[in-house]
Design a protein around this ligand. Sequence first.
Ligand SMILES: C[C@@](CO)(OP(=O)(O)O)[C@H](O)COP(=O)(O)OP(=O)(O)OC[C@H]1O[C@@H](n2ccc(N)nc2=O)[C@H](O)[C@@H]1O
Ligand SMILES: Nc1ncnc2c1ncn2[C@@H]1O[C@H](COP(=O)(O)OP(=O)(O)O)[C@@H](O)[C@H]1O
Length: 291
Amino acid sequence: MDSVLTAAPRWWPAPAKLNRFLHITGRRDDGYHLLQTVFQLLDYGDRLAFSLRDDGAIHRVTALAGVPAEQDLVVRAARLLQEAGGVEIGTDIRVDKRLPMGGGLGGGSSNAATTLVALDHLWNTRLGVDTLAELGMQLGADVPVFVRGHSAWAEGVGEQLQPLDLPNRWYLVLIPPVTVSTAAVFSDSHLRRDCPPITIRDFLAAPESPQWGNVCEAPVRARYPEVAAALDALNALAPARLTGTGACVFAAFETESAANAAWQQLAEDWQGFVARGVNESPLNTVLSTEF
Ligand SMILES: C[C@@](CO)(OP(=O)(O)O)[C@H](O)COP(=O)(O)OP(=O)(O)OC[C@H]1O[C@@H](n2ccc(N)nc2=O)[C@H](O)[C@@H]1O
Ligand SMILES: Nc1ncnc2c1ncn2[C@@H]1O[C@H](COP(=O)(O)OP(=O)(O)O)[C@@H](O)[C@H]1O
């Protein structure tokens, strides 16, 4: 029997991230690229709801275009936790999606992290943040930062994290009408892979310096004219960057009204949103206020 064990499930936030900059300093033996990047979390993203089931099934309630349930990161994350924690309870998972897929905003990774963190509480596995981050790493390089829930300096393939308090900024994010394949960008022969390593101190001395760029920007610009057009449109108003391997681009503003004013100039031609940069994930806020 599929009896539902909780009455009114709450919504759990799955925030987006931006890569404030992204350098590649080399490659691992397995071909994965070694990065230096800063993850800026946003107060904007998807929402997930969980209804526990006593039959042990993991069931995705909402469809995701082009992603079969078995491949959905929320289902994979729930299964992983179920195995790791020896759990016999199941769950229905509902995803209210606002973040574009393949946008460089980390939506899939954040959905996976929220699933791990929320079910660790709802299933009472209490594995703790370190184990959840390790489980998350098996699902994707960007999952641990969302599990840990703090904007961060990252190295390695994104798993070596140091929490950072970044300046308060508002971000205008444009969503070009195209999906960028992370694998295709990383296999591009024109991708710069020899950035000299910098230190966290170098970055913090001038966090908004134009010298910290995104090496994926050049190959993505060349392959995707829609991304080039978005960068050009935003650059006319403020310094614009690509996030991750794209497709989304962003600019930072000191105030919400400045970000909204820029958005008003672009909203007729582009999809996008304005969001506040946060050092602490909205997911942590839920945990600390309700659990
Ligand atoms: C580069 C970042 C920065 O945030 O880009 P976005 O995906 O957010 O845009 C991420 O670390 C991306 O991590 P993630 O999105 O988990 O990458 P995956 O799907 O695991 O990787 C897809 C493919 O890209 C290549 N890949 C990925 C990450 C990496 N550090 N080096 C690589 O060479 C590998 O060939 C891999 O098979
Ligand atoms: N729940 C999910 N939400 C988004 N993408 C998912 C999900 N599950 C699996 N995916 C797959 O992960 C890929 C990367 O998604 P996403 O993390 O949103 O983009 P990015 O890594 O560019 O930030 C998608 O193209 C999709 O095929």
